[in-house]
Design a protein around this ligand. Structure first.
Ligand code: FAD
Length: 394
């Protein structure tokens, strides 16, 4: 088989799929790795896919000029976000100043990108989706917006920003603003499907999916966790402990302080700010360019200087990619052979698995009450009141 880049090194950015004039490229996802396969009978050897691939020809990275920690001033925006709500506020202010934004949302069982210009439509983007999302087709649309003179802000994973920057011609870069995330690594969506299948769900069954609220990681649909409230489920364990990423993530070119975008956002873990602020979510912000600084200034954000060394200490992805755990290949091979997801997590990370099992038993016996369960219930009831008020006013 002929690949666009080295075997198993494809990031899944889809830039080669978008640029190919003959639709000759398909992405093969075998759970453990992605590969961009060229169908030789369609290929005309134009070389466009090789040139646009970030693995064959890396994009320039830039040092961050300023490091901040902060959050969206709007309480609702901050509370609906995974961290401090930076992404949502940056989008809202960009749209207010006449721009369009592009990011990822969950719809009909898929994690896809779309372009929006209406403030009312931005809510769908909020929240971290801990999977490899699919930018297929979006670079073409973005190029067309930029060609029409529109200002556009793209928020995505660093490898997706790299794909976009390689795709867009230099004359169109002026009106393009980019925001990337500090990234641990991403699993194929098939990993999530295997996890859900144990509970009788398919992704298409879910109207919505939530991976995380602040420091609480638990897969939920419409705020209803898939497993018992307060327990870290096996998908979240596999994600947090790097068991399930595609091969390329363990050699990620973007897991460093030098960044690909105008702005980089992440979590301000290890912040010295008050615990009450930490519970509401504090984002870490790295600003690389003047364009990025302008975006931050026009947004309604609370920002203060961050301690760089502390930020790096708590966010290893700013120095190096996630290390591949010894059990990772066993875990993914097991999934491919149809073994039970939770059983594989138990074998790969027994201490993490049994800790959650023990917690669950103590909760069932009413011996232990997880304080986050109560906080979560309050969060859900506030959300429900807000959304029913919104529905009434519509
Ligand atoms: C796979 C993944 C791994 C991450 N790893 C780390 C980490 O190791 N350390 C760290 O500090 N932060 C990490 N983050 C970032 C963190 O989860 C928050 O997204 C970030 O702190 C911004 O929070 P927020 O409240 O501003 O925005 P959020 O509400 O989290 O919104 C984030 C924005 O990113 C977009 N987005 C979410 N998921 C995806 C996706 N899968 N693909 C493309 N775009 C997406 C959303 O559409 C939205 O525009 C990761 C995020 C992802 C998606």
């Amino acid at each position: 088989m002929k690949y666009v880049c080295g075997a198993n090194q494809c990031t899944g950015c889809m830039a080669c799929v978008d640029i190919c004039p003959k639709e000759a490229i398909t992405i093969h996802d075998d759970i453990a790795a992605f590969n961009a396969v060229i169908q030789e009978e369609k290929c005309v050897n134009c070389g466009a896919c090789y040139r646009v691939c970030q693995n064959n020809n890396m994009v320039k990275l830039q040092q961050a000029q300023n490091w901040y920690q902060g959050w969206a001033e709007n309480v609702e925006t901050r509370s609906a976000a995974s961290s401090g709500g930076l992404a949502s506020e940056l989008m809202a202010s960009f749209v207010r100043t006449g721009g369009k934004v592009c990011s990822c949302s969950f719809k009909n069982g898929k994690f896809l990108f779309s372009i929006e210009s209406q403030p009312a439509n931005l809510g769908k983007f909020a929240g971290s989706k801990y999977v490899k999302s699919n930018p297929n087709g979006i670079y073409k649309q973005i190029a067309s917006e930029l060609r029409n003179g529109k200002k556009l802000m793209f928020i995505g994973l660093p490898c997706q920003v790299a794909g976009l920057k390689k795709y867009i011609t230099p004359d169109l870069q002026k009106n393009l603003y980019t925001v990337d995330m500090i990234c641990h690594g991403t699993p194929s969506v098939k990993v999530l499907e295997r996890f859900l299948a144990q509970y009788g769900y398919t992704l298409k069954d879910l109207h919505d999916i939530l991976f995380r609220i602040k420091d609480r990681r638990q897969i939920a649909e419409k705020y209803k966790p898939i497993v018992r409230n307060g327990i870290m489920d096996c998908y979240s364990i596999a994600f947090m402990y790097a068991l399930c990423y595609t091969e390329n993530c363990y050699h990620c070119s973007f897991a460093k302080k030098e960044r690909i975008s105008d702005i980089t956002i992440g979590d301000s873990w290890g912040s010295a700010l008050d615990l009450s602020e930490q519970k509401k979510g504090i984002s870490l912000v790295l600003c690389q360019t003047k364009k990025g600084q302008k975006l931050l200034e026009q947004a309604n954000l609370h920002l203060e200087d961050a301690d760089r060394e502390q930020a790096i200490l708590y966010n290893q992805q700013l120095v190096m990619p996630s290390r591949m755990p010894k059990a990772r290949n066993m875990f993914l091979e097991g999934l491919k052979r149809g073994k039970k997801f939770n059983r594989l997590v138990c074998m790969a990370k027994p201490s993490k698995y049994f800790k959650q099992l023990m917690k669950r038993m103590l909760m069932d016996l009413h011996i232990y009450k997880d304080p986050s369960v109560r906080a979560y219930s309050i969060f859900i009831s506030v959300k429900n009141v807000v959304s029913s008020e919104k529905n009434e006013s519509n």
